[in-house]
Design a protein. Sequence first.
Length: 189
Amino acid sequence: MALRVVETKDVAKNTFRTFYDRPSEREIPFEFGWPDKMQEVGVGRAEMYTSNKWMKKRGEFDDYKHVAEGSRTVYVRPGFLVEDRRPFKPLRAHGPMCAFDEPMPKHFAQLGKLLGVQIRLYGKDERGELYVPDGNENLVEVHVARGILGAAKHPATKETFLFVFTKEDGVSMILTGGKLSIEKDGIAG
């Protein structure tokens, strides 16, 4: 079943204007769909991306790392996470499968090219209960070839969320959090 998308052009334009401190100059067609299910796999720690948001000249970019200030839940497409060495075997991830059956936004703000996302994957204790590990346990950095970081507001909840996509594969990861927002200084929360 394909998810229904709803009109969010004005919200996306406002998000872009806030983030870049200028109006958007063009629209990029929405050429991918939203996944109808994803696996909740852990807690987001940081998003790293490159952007020209404060650059004076076209073609100049700066790299940014936003360390999550609040709670961030990470969802991934089933089978998306793989080990970082060849052969690329699926990375064992714990967490429930979640249906994405509510309408999703048709428009979004493209924040920049993705450099990586740092995630703390859930662990599973001897009773089978999920937990968030301490220290460096289950801390992974995810890189996505040709990945782009986008931001949108959920049409029903009005909460801002981030997502990682490629033009070839569509949405691979969604990051949500109650305090997540897009501000003039960048990603907040």
